[in-house]
Design a protein around this ligand. Structure first.
Ligand code: HEM
Length: 335
């Protein structure tokens, strides 16, 4: 990981990570991840910088903003169920406003290459996974940089509106002093969002499918909920935000799946001071790895609760606790 690391795997670890001050526990990723995703990404920022970047990203990811993309998501997903399933096309459209399939394909291959070994040893030598990741990152940066130039011009000429995709949103965003984001900030955060949103969503979807296959009675109820929505629609009528709001049982299934299998394996931070934790001291400068994935299973003491569909109130003690801190509601709103 590039520096001494303490590994935590309990709810108290969550509280430490999410309830502390950035002056005590700061965002800091392992070297390989920082080199691939970029040092200006939200995953690296703390304090005011983090707040500013988060608010710019949230302008695009908050539910009110996402509502207007449901139609676009629906048609892209439908097309790709038919052609080939590739969720990055969706990201290509919503994040970068790309609809040229060839360009999306090239970018998608570079992202796949860049994210192949995010946690690899940071050995920048010929033949290593890290070296090819770095090369992929530099191709992505080049592509996004020329895309940014085009989008900047289109925004200027009124051919594109801020809010149409994340890139134009970031280009138009200003901080309280009226300062725009730098190209580096925009590119690093685009890459961060691709990495934050990609595997998490895939993992959840795969786990949901698996648990539905293992629990046919749950699958039946999900199917009924979707058929109920579908039968009230005309043939080929696109999915709407209202339809999604009706998928209450489906959402419960997703939450229950995440209770049992976390789509995220862990989160990294850095101790900015000596931190006392559970009778030990985490020395200043040490990296902290909190294993979200392990917490869920280890703390479900009751064997019965390890089964799909057995969530109880006790869950509040074990769920990832994002608490009352500066990043409150992070997962609810962003992830
Ligand atoms: C099932 C899907 C998802 C899950 C379970 C999930 C989970 C998480 C978790 C656990 C964190 C905190 C990591 C840490 O700080 O240690 C996080 C942060 C984040 N996620 Fe997600 N995420 C999901 C999807 C997404 C998507 C689709 C996006 C955007 C395209 C996204 C963007 C982010 C961002 C920007 C952060 C950093 C927020 C901050 O530092 O304030 N996530 N997510």
């Amino acid at each position: 990981m590039g520096c001494p690391t303490v590994v935590l795997n309990g709810p108290a670890g969550n509280r430490l990570l999410f309830q502390n001050d950035f002056n005590i526990i700061a965002n800091k990723q392992p070297i390989s991840l920082t080199r691939i995703v970029g040092k200006k990404s939200i995953l690296e920022l703390s304090g005011e910088d983090h707040k500013r970047m988060r608010s710019a990203i949230m302008q695009f990811l908050k539910p009110e903003a996402l509502q207007k993309f449901v139609g676009r998501m629906n048609s892209i997903i439908k097309k790709h169920f038919v052609d080939c399933w590739d969720e990055r096309t969706l990201a290509g459209d919503l994040l970068f406003g790309l609809n040229d399939s060839e360009e999306i394909e090239i970018l998608s291959q570079d992202f796949t290459e860049a994210f192949k070994a995010l946690w690899s040893l940071p050995l920048d030598l010929p033949g290593t996974a890290f070296r090819s990741e770095l090369k992929a990152r530099s191709r992505i940066c080049k592509r996004l940089s020329s895309l940014l130039k085009v989008r900047r011009r289109e925004l200027h000429e009124g051919k594109f509106c801020p809010g149409q995709d994340l890139m134009s949103n970031m280009l138009s965003s200003r901080n309280e002093n009226g300062k725009a984001m730098t190209e580096e900030e925009i590119i690093d955060n685009m890459i961060a969002l691709m990495s934050a949103g990609h595997e998490t969503t895939c993992n959840l979807l795969i786990n949901v499918l698996r648990l539905l296959a293992l629990n046919p009675h749950v699958y039946q109820k999900v199917l009924e909920e979707h058929m109920e929505i579908l039968t009230k629609k005309e043939i080929d009528e696109p999915l709407t935000w209202d339809d999604i709001q009706k998928m209450k049982y489906t959402w419960k299934v997703c939450q229950e799946t995440m209770r049992l299998i976390s789509p995220v394996f862990g989160g990294f931070r850095k101790a900015m001071k000596d931190v006392e934790f559970g009778g030990f001291v985490i020395p200043k400068g040490w990296q902290i790895l909190n294993l979200y994935a392990k917490i869920l299973i280890d703390y479900l003491v009751d064997e019965k609760e390890k089964t799909f569909g057995t969530a109880k109130q006790k869950e509040s003690e074990v769920k990832i606790d994002f608490g009352k801190n500066k990043r409150e509601g992070q997962i609810k709103k962003v992830g």
